[in-house]
Write a protein that binds this ligand. Structure first.
Ligand SMILES: Nc1ncnc2c1ncn2[C@@H]1O[C@H](COP(=O)(O)OP(=O)(O)OP(=O)(O)O)[C@@H](O)[C@H]1O
Ligand SMILES: [Mg+2]
Length: 277
C-alpha cells in the first residue's frame, strides 16, 4: 500500500512536482472465455478502443502545497497518483518529483500477505530505503500509531480493510515524506482513526510536506487542500483554489447548491473558477 522513491538528483526542490504533457492509455480486453467459435469470431473484431486514462496532463506543484484531485468515477485520479508514484509508466510526457515520495494507494498493495504486521514494517522500511537500525528506532511508534494491538504479530492476510489502512498509514507517517500521495484509502478507517490520520497529515504538511490527495469526500478536500484539480476523461478541466474548484466539481456532479458544503456555493448556470486552458 505504501511506496517510497528517493527523487534526489532531479534538479527539483524536495516536494516539488512537475508533470509535463503526461499521457497514458490502457487497452481493455473482455476475457470471457467461451467456445472456440466465439473466440475465433471475437479475434476478427477490432475490440474496444484503448481508454485514455491520462490525456495530456500538465501540473506544476510547489513544495508544501496541498492539492486535492477530484472528479467523477473513471476520471483518471488514481491513474494520476500511480503515475506520480512511479507505479504506472507514461506513454508520453514526463513526471519529475523532488525528494522522497511516500504513497498510500491501493488497499493492501505492497504488503507480504503471509507476513505479520511487524514483519511488514521491517519489509516496508527496507523497501523504502531505511536501514535496520532506522526501522527498529521507529518500530514502537509505528505500532503504537497503528493501534493494532496483538494483531501486529499475525499475518496481514487476516486483517480487515481498516487494519490494512492502519498499518499502511502508520508506516507511511514515519517515513519523512517530502511528497505524500494518498488515494481514498483513509475512508476505510473508522471515524477515530480518520481523525488521527487527518491530524497526522496536517503535521506532515506543517513540517513542509507536499500533499496530493484523491478523495470523493468533499469536506475532507476542503479542510485539507488549498488547491483543487478537477479531472474529467483524463484531462484537467479545472485547476485553482479549492473553494471555486469544489464549486466546479459540485456543479459538474449536479449537486444541488443547498446540499453542497457552505464554501462550495456553485452557481446554477456556470461553474466558477478558471477552467484549465
Ligand atoms: N490497469 C488498467 N487497465 C485498464 N484500464 C484501466 C486501468 N487502470 C485504469 N484504467 C481505466 O482508466 C480510467 C481511469 O481510471 P482511474 O482508476 O484513474 O479512475 P478514478 O478517477 O480513480 O476513478 P474512481 O473515482 O472510480 O476511483 C478508467 O476508465 C479505467 O477503466
Ligand atoms: Mg480511483
Amino acid at each position: 500500500m505504501s511506496g517510497f522513491t528517493d527523487g534526489n538528483g532531479t534538479g527539483l526542490a524536495p516536494g516539488e512536482i512537475v508533470v509535463d504533457h503526461a499521457s497514458r492509455a490502457f487497452s481493455i480486453r473482455a476475457d470471457r472465455g467461451g467456445t472456440l467459435k466465439e473466440l475465433l469470431l471475437r479475434r476478427r473484431s477490432a475490440g474496444p478502443a484503448p481508454i485514455q486514462a491520462l490525456d495530456d496532463v500538465s501540473l506544476r506543484i510547489t513544495p508544501g502545497q496541498t492539492v486535492g484531485i477530484v472528479g467523477r468515477n473513471g476520471a483518471g485520479k488514481s491513474s494520476t497518483l500511480k503515475v506520480l508514484a512511479g507505479i504506472v509508466p507514461l506513454d508520453s510526457g514526463s513526471v519529475t518529483i523532488g525528494g522522497r515520495i511516500v504513497s498510500l494507494l491501493e488497499l493492501g498493495a505492497g504488503f507480504g500477505r503471509d507476513f505479520s504486521g511487524r514483519e511488514n514494517i521491517l519489509l516496508g522500511g527496507a523497501l523504502h530505503g531505511l536501514n535496520r537500525p532506522e526501522i527498529e528506532a521507529r518500530m514502537d511508534d509505528i505500532i503504537a500509531f497503528s493501534e493494532l494491538g496483538d494483531f501486529i504479530d499475525v499475518p496481514v492476510k487476516t486483517y480487515s480493510s481498516g487494519m490494512y489502512v492502519r498499518l499502511g498509514f502508520a508506516i507511511s507517517a514515519h517515513l519523512d515524506a517530502d511528497v505524500l500521495l494518498i488515494d481514498e484509502v483513509l475512508a476505510v478507517g473508522d471515524e477515530a482513526f480518520q481523525r488521527k490520520c487527518e491530524a497526522q497529515i496536517a503535521r506532515q504538511v506543517a513540517a513542509g510536506a507536499t500533499l496530493v490527495l484523491v478523495s470523493h469526500d468533499a469536506a475532507l478536500i476542503e479542510r485539507t487542500c488549498e488547491r483543487v484539480v478537477v479531472l474529467d476523461g483524463g484531462t484537467v478541466v479545472f485547476d485553482g483554489d479549492s473553494g471555486p474548484g469544489m464549486a466546479y466539481y459540485h456543479h459538474q456532479m449536479g449537486t444541488p447548491v443547498e446540499a453542497a458544503p457552505a464554501t462550495a456555493s456553485a452557481p446554477a448556470s456556470a461553474p466558477t473558477g478558471t477552467p484549465d486552458p
